[in-house]
Design a protein around this ligand. Sequence first.
Ligand SMILES: [Zn+2]
Length: 235
Amino acid sequence: MNIEGMLKYQSLDRELNKLNEQFRTSDATVQYNRYMKLYKQTIEDGKRMSGVVAEHFVNLDRLTKQYEKLLTDIEEYNNSVDEIADLKQADYYEKQLTKLYSALEGIEKEVDNVRKELLKLDADSKAFFNNVNTYFLSVKKATPEMEKVKLEIQTKAKEVMLAQKEIEKTIEPELVAKYKKAKDISKFPHMVAFDEPTSSCRGCGLELSRDIAAKLRQEGGLEFCPNCNRLVYKQ
Ligand SMILES: [Zn+2]
């Protein structure tokens, strides 16, 4: 097993990680991400706001229907006033009408509240458009610098990856496959030495079982650590 080659490949992975980190923490990327986050948040706020506006209109529609229904009821009562037979009945109709009118007033108040809410939202939506515009322009302004840094780092990363491809040709495919599996499930470094005197994994320090340790002591021993999922090799 070309363990040396695999370790060299891993050291190139370390370089790639460093390049990624360099990109992630560069001023240009941090700036870009900050504006992008604000832009996305603003869009989310806008979506929420439009949901609230829609709710208000549904409410307004419901109130309008109630209003119309009350007006019809009042009209009906007014028409029946002509047919009132006695004072008792007149008293009853008057009470009913008073009730209807106060319901009508209640609806007018509710409509007025919705109107006030919508006015408030109108001011909010102006602020929203302002923010969207500002953050969009900020993202646009921050993009070229971020792209420049990205390109520089990608160029370096490409060289490293080409070197990895060359090394990969000299390593047994089973070993490469095991390393890549470890890469998916463990933290860097993904391949660590077996500490023979203590029978432990040098990645996390776990004392390996007698079974795994025995396999590792054999020539070309290569096992996964059950604790940190790293690939443990015999030096
Ligand atoms: Zn371990």
